[in-house]
Ligand binder design. Structure first.
Ligand code: SF4
Length: 267
């Protein structure tokens, strides 16, 4: 009698959880996280802002700090510099003082002044709603640009931060380690309408449940199909390794990498 293949046995015995493809897992992840963290990208974003310019400033300030901390300083920043032109002509010392508590204040002040100048001189003081234009603005890399597109303009955009990177790999949605490749892989298997909210839902899940050093698999809505789950009911060993393997410090404070375009490109 012919011996069934291992994969057949696994599937037949339920040892490999459905869905089994990266695309299937990505879509099931999006569905379940949408139930857990409902809302649009704008509704899920925890930064306070009233227009794309304010969102861009807040996003630059959010590098390596918490959204709460940013929300504490932005009212004064927005009041002092209501337009891109105002920000572009800011006195560096005064701006540094206002944003000091967000960390990396010298680098952030420099980015914000350059950003204000560029928007004022090249885009009529407005934030352009195009990736190709946004990434030419000082301090703006793909991650920041994707935040502005998805949260500020309601357009497709999938920001990849440390949580999105870590969870995507744990869930077997990608094997890439580079943020641009991860963004490309995720965008290829998710509908554009889901990109922005998916990113923010992964970030919330990474902060609240799939925390870096101690993933709470027993409380995770994805545990029945996550290849890295360590929940007690999980029957099969993960081909991606245990949930604790790709350890990262949650919201780590790191110096900028060489070649980074701005504070949000530290990851
Ligand atoms: S099952 Fe565990 S490893 Fe997988 S996403 Fe949930 S918390 Fe993270």
């Amino acid at each position: 009698m012919k011996t069934p293949s291992r994969s057949f046995v696994d599937i037949y015995c339920g040892l490999v959880a459905r869905p089994r493809s990266p695309k299937g897992r990505a879509r099931e992840t999006a569905t379940r996280l949408s139930a857990e963290y409902p809302g649009t990208a704008k509704e899920l974003c925890e930064l306070d802002f009233e227009n794309p310019f304010q969102l861009l400033v807040a996003t630059v300030l959010s590098a390596q700090t918490t959204d709460d901390r940013v929300n504490q300083v932005t009212p004064a920043v927005f009041k002092r510099y209501p337009t891109a032109g105002d920000l572009g002509s800011a006195d560096p010392a005064e701006l540094e003082e206002l944003i000091h508590s967000t960390g990396f204040f010298r680098s952030k002040a420099k980015s914000l002044i350059g950003l204000g100048l560029a928007l004022d001189e090249r885009f009529g003081g407005e934030v352009p709603p195009l990736m190709a234009d946004l990434v030419t603005v000082p301090g703006v890399g793909r991650k920041t640009a994707n935040v502005v597109l998805s949260v500020g303009f309601g357009l497709p955009g999938l920001p990849v931060d440390t949580h999105v990177t870590r969870l995507s790999r744990l869930l077997g949605l990608t094997e890439a380690t580079d943020a641009v490749r991860i963004e490309s892989d995720l965008c290829a298997i998710l509908p554009p309408t889901a990109w922005g909210a998916f990113s923010l839902q992964m970030i919330l899940h990474g902060r609240r449940v799939c925390v870096a050093r101690r993933p709470r698999c027993d409380q995770c809505t994805l545990s029945d199909f996550c290849p890295s789950s360590q929940a007690p009911t999980r029957p099969a060993a993960s081909p991606y390794g245990p949930a604790l393997a790709p350890v990262e410090v949650e919201d780590p404070v790191q110096p900028p990498l060489a070649g980074a375009q701005g504070p949000l490109d530290f990851v």
